[in-house]
Design a protein around this ligand. Sequence first.
Ligand SMILES: [Zn+2]
Length: 253
Amino acid sequence: MLGLVEKGIAAPIASSTFAAEWSWPFDSATKVSPSREDEASKDQETKEQARKPPGLTMACDGLDVLVDRKHSLSPDYVPSDLVPLQEDHGVPTLGSEVLRLRHGAAENLGDLIEDAAADAEELVVASAYRSYEQQQLSHQRLISVFGADAFGMSAQPGHSQHQLGTAVDFTNAAAGYLLWRSFANTSAYSWLEHHAWEYGFVLSYPRGKKEQTGYQWEPWHYRYVGVKEATRLQQSDLSLQEFLEREGNMTHC
Ligand SMILES: [Zn+2]
């Protein structure tokens, strides 16, 4: 499968302008069997989840759940209303994998991309929902290639907003269909800066906010929080991180 990352690997990874949040092409043929140690820790996690009071997983369905380096999602959290972006909402996606988001996010994303296209702006979705296992595999592979640097490039399993099913990565032809900072130089990015909030999407990791968010600037990564909250954010000086720390759901789901 020719995927984003094979192309991405050829990109100038040493350049300071390159920052990557990598989504490794994922298929069952490449799935690695967990070691006995991994299975033991998985057993442990399962027991811990069994002890959690019922309803916690449901709480993760809120659009205001804080997921960052300190706040994580349970390995078995899977949103219940994921829908295929291309099939259901005509959203252009990269690669052969079926990309999905939660229903409300997908619907608004479809409108966003259609309206951007009407303004002659191309937006293609490079990644959307990622399961805990997909994030784990992608993260492990990054570590095998980049060592400790991988921790600044991708979230550890359970700590990715992509597991929420409301986060999306954009790219386009002008950015070479890659996830890198050059996307910020495209007119489509400017369009998003002005209009994403109207569809409920917010830039998760703004420029110069690494201390706060734990991640470098990712001009391609947006999270859906609903039109009402995105409008409130747009009208305030708060970043998404600050907003969720103040008002979001900080339960460890
Ligand atoms: Zn992302």
